[in-house]
Design a protein around this ligand. Structure first.
Ligand code: ADP
Length: 168
């Protein structure tokens, strides 16, 4: 049976940390769905459509992913319960990235809730790579808004899109 993994998140915006988790996930699954969770309470920086296109383009342009890797990743959005979206897409594992200790509390609770909702879907945590430990979408937006250099945190197309949004 094919092992389908879901990597859910806001990806607002996509960072090099996210891309690294995607690449490494492919070694433990056959195909990966990048799932943009739509949060109606939050006003996003990029719209869902923009984020879908930015992720697709970044994957296409990424040099660490080969042709087969690229064809095994799809990008979707969802506004339903994570576990229901997973079941609809035959997902058997949910991938999350872990950075610092502060990620742990929230992730631990979410994984626990999800395992109670469906015991057949496993949450797998991948530790952030050493050079991506401090990259967070929130800080990328903050630094960019103050005209700081974010070029080493995000893929090239995301960098361009952020620059355009801030008009600099
Ligand atoms: P969410 O709002 O669900 O936290 P994010 O887009 O911020 O969505 O993150 C999605 C997932 O990617 C989370 O599991 C998060 O811990 C992980 N992640 C975010 N940034 C990094 C990074 N620099 N390295 C590894 N994992 C990361």
């Amino acid at each position: 049976m094919k092992r389908i993994a879901l990597y859910p998140g806001s990806f607002d915006p996509l960072t090099n940390g996210h891309l690294d988790i995607m690449r490494r996930s492919l070694s433990i699954c056959d195909s990966l769905i990048v799932g943009i969770a739509i949060n109606k309470q939050k006003k996003p920086f990029f719209t869902v459509e923009e984020r879908i296109n930015l992720i697709k383009d970044a994957i296409n342009e990424n040099k660490t992913l080969n042709k087969e890797n690229k064809s095994n990743i799809s990008v979707k959005s969802f506004d339903s319960l994570l576990i229901n979206f997973s079941k609809e897409n035959y997902v058997s594992m949910i991938i999350r990235g872990l950075r610092v200790v502060s990620d742990f509390d929230y992730e631990f609770q979410m994984a626990g809730m999800n395992s109670r909702l469906s015991a057949n879907i496993q949450t797998i945590f991948l530790m952030a790579s050493e050079n991506n430990q401090f990259i967070a979408s929130r800080f990328v937006k903050e630094v960019a808004s103050l005209n700081g250099d974010i070029s080493s945190f995000v893929p090239k197309n995301v960098y361009k899109a952020i620059k355009q949004k801030f008009n600099y």
